[in-house]
Design a binder for this molecule. Sequence first.
Ligand code: FAD
Length: 407
Amino acid sequence: MSDHSSPTGSYDIVVVGGGIVGLATALALSATPGRRILVLEAEDGIAAHQTGHNSGVIHAGLYYKPGSLKARLCAEGRAELEAFCEAEGIPFERCGKLVLATDPGQLEALDALEQRAAANGLVGVTRLGPEAIREREPEARGPAALLVPQTGIVDYRLVAAGFARRLAERGVALWTGAALETCVRRHGRLVLETRRGEVTTLLLVNCAGLQSDRVARRCGVDPGVAIIPFRGEYQALTASGRHLVRHLIYPVPDPRLPFLGVHFTRRIDGEVEVGPNAIPALARHGYRWRDIDPRDLWEMALWPGTWKLSASFWRTGLGEIWRSLVPRAALGDMRRMLPAIGPADLRPAGAGVRAQAVGRDGKLLDDFHIVEAPGMVHVLNAPSPAATASLAIGRYIAARAETQLGG
Ligand SMILES: Cc1cc2nc3c(=O)[nH]c(=O)nc-3n(C[C@H](O)[C@H](O)[C@H](O)COP(=O)(O)OP(=O)(O)OC[C@H]3O[C@@H](n4cnc5c(N)ncnc54)[C@H](O)[C@@H]3O)c2cc1C
């Protein structure tokens, strides 16, 4: 990854976070020529956290509450993302997905999803019966499914790298290994201390994902939420099992939970992954059970929302932990969708950690959430489908920043 140093430490806008949302925001802001923009990334390369550890799905925009930012920006962003990939030669495929009901008790929820698809303007979503399901996915079983033709797959690391290339062409500076450490106001500007030295700026945009609440606090802003990390573990189908899945197969989601449930995803490189589950992580960068960060745990314990959330979801949480530790239990769930799958068809794959904003009242924030302060825009909840929606959410954040700049 190229690292474009700037001859000066003085900028108009500094974007904190070189994930897909920060890069897309910088891209939107750099559409106005003549601005001095810097992207600060804490790690040694871009897309090191959520952006580089996700399912690689271009979401259709099926699930989201009509009128929500998620619904609107997913639809806009999906079209823009496909156009960007075409222009940049980044491989993607609009392969469609099945949302599969595995027992008659889920048919009502499937009906509701079909209505939501229509309310969100998705055309061509089709209801399939058992025969049609088998024609599309020969090993999948269930009384009914929705076929969503708009869903696609892509590698978001390549998309992020494409955004970074465009930023370099526009003269936007990108500093890696440059975590923001402090931010103070001085003479009408913000003075930022980073691991690579001091810079000043008129405006700061915080897109720090798993660290976004901390970055807000470091800037003297009460974020009003805490980021609680939820690990999503994946398994991959072995060579013997890969024939079991042709495209994407999702369960009918539990509307009380913000995550979509373990699904089968063919990735753009041909691998098929199963996951992600949703386990409270013991560190913000807790990609494995043994990754434990006492400071992260202490802060979680101090946040009142953590305890209220645990009180509401302890049963679901324990189930997820059980399935993470006991592979046979997870296999049982997979078999409901794909009865032919066996232990030999699976091997452990990677994991991602979701940055989930939780309020003081223990509520999980569902929609994208932005908090503003003078000279600052803080993005405090950018969960899935933020990768799909990145170009649209980047424009949306940039518009908020433009208002601050008086543009
Ligand atoms: C398991 C999983 C599966 C998902 N699947 C999908 C999917 O299939 N489709 C989809 O659309 N979305 C999906 N998502 C959601 C999507 O990946 C995220 O919404 C999106 O990547 C968020 O991007 P971001 O830039 O906000 O965060 P990130 O990618 O986490 O980027 C934040 C960046 O900020 C940096 N940073 C943190 N602190 C500092 C600091 N102090 N100074 C400088 N930099 C800092 C971090 O190092 C990081 O690079 C998934 C997410 C997960 C975790």
